[in-house]
Ligand binder design. Structure first.
Ligand code: ZN
Length: 225
């Protein structure tokens, strides 16, 4: 059996962040027992929790997997690429700074994946570019049940309903729109449960609708439906 952690949060840089270790402890998983950290993308709030406050890797025994195109983007000249994409707001400098802090320290552990790839039985990557160039959705499936961890394809439920409403942080809005429509369609047609990081608690639900008209229906935690 392999223990896989999908994304790591921002890390303990703010009083309200850095709960991943506490939450792992609550389910009795030691960070040293994580075999694979699977990253949807390399924005600060997804990779920051890989390092402790001394800048050391927390999940030191894990392979850290990210997409090849994501790795290439953050290791080329991302600030120039962001500026030429019209993304020259302060946010760009901050995300690039963060990637430059984190990725070199993780380099020995990082392996890249390319395209749709089964990482371990029942967990596969689905390319979902746009928000970042190598953004990926994680598809988890077993027998009749499935879950799609959608990363930052949708930053809030309105993005399901209005896929053309692009958050400023989408690096390539055209491909982000195509990805939103495709992932919403795939989740709706297969009635797959989705986990969306930035949605209101619980961030779990179903996407309903068809032919480009979709909505997010949150899971009711009182009934678990
Ligand atoms: Zn992001």
């Amino acid at each position: 059996m392999q223990t896989v952690l999908i994304d790591t949060g921002l890390g303990a840089f703010h009083p309200f962040t850095g709960s991943v270790l506490e939450n792992l402890k609550r389910i009795e998983i030691d960070p040293a027992d994580i075999d694979i950290v699977l990253l949807t993308h390399a924005h600060p709030d997804h990779i920051g929790g890989t390092l402790d406050q001394e800048g050391e890797s927390i999940f030191s025994n894990a392979k850290i997997l990210m997409s090849q195109s994501e790795w290439e983007f953050w290791n080329s000249d991302p600030l120039v690429a962001l500026k030429s994409a019209g993304k020259d707001e302060p946010h760009s400098a901050a995300v690039v700074w963060y990637a430059e802090q984190c990725l070199p320290k993780l380099q020995k552990q990082i392996q890249t994946v390319d395209g749709q790839m089964e990482i371990v039985p029942g967990i596969e990557t689905l390319p979902a570019p746009g928000h970042t160039p190598g953004h990926q959705v994680i598809h988890i499936f077993s027998a009749e049940e499935a879950l799609m961890v959608t990363g930052d394809v949708f930053l809030q439920p309105l993005h399901v309903e209005h896929p053309k409403w692009c958050p400023a942080v989408d690096i390539n809005p055209d491909s982000a729109i195509k990805t939103r429509v495709r992932i919403a369609g795939q989740a709706a047609h297969s009635n797959t449960l989705v986990a969306c990081f930035h949605f209101p608690f619980p961030g779990l639900g179903h996407i309903v609708g068809s032919k480009g008209k979709y909505q997010f229906k949150s899971l009711d935690m009182n009934t678990s439906k």
